[in-house]
Design a protein around this ligand. Sequence first.
Ligand code: HAM
Length: 421
Amino acid sequence: MSQDAPSRKDLTAVKGTRDILPEEVGAWRAVEALARETFERYGYRELRAPVIEPTELYEKSSGQTSDIVTKEMYTFIDKGGRSVTLRPEYTPSVVRAVIEHRLDLQPQPMRYFYMGPMFRYDKPQKGRYRQFHQIDVEVFGEKDPAIDAEIIEMVDAFLAALRVPDTEILVNSVGDRKCRPAYGRALREAALNRLADLCPDCQRKAETNPLRIFDCKVESCREAARSFPSILDYLCDECRDHFQKFLGYLDLFRIPYRVDPRLVRGLDYYTKTTFEIVSGRLGAQNSLVGGGRYDDMMKDFGGPDICATGFAMGMERLLSVVDLGLPKRPFLYLAYLGQEAKRAGLEMARAFRRGGVECLVEFKDRGMKAHFARANKLEAAWVLTVGEDELRRGRYGLKEMAGGRQVEGTPEELLAAILVR
Ligand code: HAM
């Protein structure tokens, strides 16, 4: 080994990232397929945007004072001297794509979904990664509060189909640019009165953006925040009306929820509705789904004045609380004896695969007994036997491993026998 060769210790995944191994991928694919199928039933279409974006995109949207922008972004200067960022969330990318491709010229509302990796340089812990995956849903051009309820009803249906245990839906309104300034002033005053109880970070937030104090997990800050005024007492008529109607639609859908006036969410762009779905099974990082309305982002980006609402859900957290009980995919194991049988077996495997049957062919020389032992260990559904005798007769053996049933036939007959099962 040369002196510069990396040691084994260096060759591990970057802290806070993880490999998704083959035995886990089945669950990922099942959840992704269910999400696609569910969201498409509600009229959503998939939109895929790049993983890197101009840094400015997040500074303008997620917020100059949010933890995501101030502390957690993977930002670097590329070889062309531009500041780019690995996306910490998906929402700003969709807004950029809508403006860039003039998707706003299409009939509204436009409904999009996406699934893929996001990157946040946060302290890794259970349920919190530096590379994690979101399923994200965004709707543009619908101001009716019914849409805020519809996306919750949709994600509720999705979580119910996965039998996600122990969930609670929390809802709130954070007002808009008309009513939030008065609330901001009241909040600042309350925060300054409790300054001694706040952590240094929140003491700074008391001046810059007191709403963000609600994101803090430090117990003394949470305790102080409980004494702060409620945003719901400061909503303007328009925001109050939106919130009441939104709750009315949730009632219509018979969705249980709890109003939580401290639910402001860790991003600066929300207006009116915010919501979160938490799970009692998740531990400290208990938020499974988070979202809300963000009516100003599009116009703040210099695009058309189009309102928006949406949510994102964390795949890792979701998968940690569901038990899919996925059945193993049935496959056929090819047991051959000798070179001629190997060649005939390979041709048959080719035909079976093209016919839709998963076949496993191993190239290690084995006797028939060893082949069957191996097929058993791998939990093959069927074993196809090709030996000298079978070659001579042009008829081959197929054993169904679970029931022990054996049939004999031509390759076509055996393929048909598998396909009718
Ligand atoms: P968020 O609350 O920052 O919202 O993230 C949404 C979900 O992503 C969380 O509820 C959680 O399940 C998952 N998540 C977030 N950070 C991590 C992490 N470090 N490790 C593992 N999972 C994580 C947003 O991202 C908004 N863009 C949601 C939205 C869409 N609002 C409107 N449209």
